[in-house]
Design a protein around this ligand. Sequence first.
Ligand code: ZN
Length: 276
Amino acid sequence: MSKVILVLIDGLGFEESTAAAGLLEHLVEYRQAAKYRIQGELPSVSRPMYETVMTGLPVSEHGIVSNNYVRSSECENLFSLTRKAGRVTAAAAYSWMSELYQHKGGPYDPLLDRYQFDSDGDIQHGIFYHADEYPDAYLYFDGDYLRRTYHPDFLLFHPMGCDHAGHLFCKGSREYRGAAVGSYDAIASLLPSWRKDGYDVVVTADHGMDQFGSHTGNTPLQREVALYIVSDQVEKGDFTDRATSQLQVAPLCCSLLGLAPGSRMRSLNLKGGANS
Ligand SMILES: [Zn+2]
């Protein structure tokens, strides 16, 4: 029975991820990690894709159709499935994750909802932020605080720095690249302690970013993201020669956690395969 850390880097496309993820690319090169090219679902915007990553369902099935459509998730998701199994969930994440999975009703209240410990929601222990410019460096420390304090079985890290820099300066800017480098530097620094603590680590993104500082539609820059898996439960190597569906991320996490997948999730069908 493994524990899983999922890092969802908001707004980081495949190309930029490949250019910035030095340590993870090294682990793939030495067949100590797996890498996939993920074809993101549509629309390539945040809130719908949060729900897609967490439930393994396309937008037409889970119903979270736009960033402005605010309601709680009505579907089985990685947090609810982990809790249902009597295990512990935690997240350091953007406020929209609280709106989706804490079932509080109504919009996130920054005064009351930033810290949610021993919660009845799907996320048992959460530290949330509502400012897009919240520094990734703090976010990674928030998440690692949750790891060390609550020992969650499923822990989400959700940094916003790449999306924020991408909207301000666009793909191709030094600011967007700098945000990607910063995020992967943080992951590289924390990865040894995560692995030592028994976590399998999955790193991906909700959507990409184009040269206009935008993401919403159907182009490779907006849709394609990377998926890195650091785990002894999957075949290791570079499997990016063809696209893999974003709907695979949720069943992958279920498999790593040793959980039965959600009833509507697609069956796990990674090219490299799972060892178990
Ligand atoms: Zn965005």
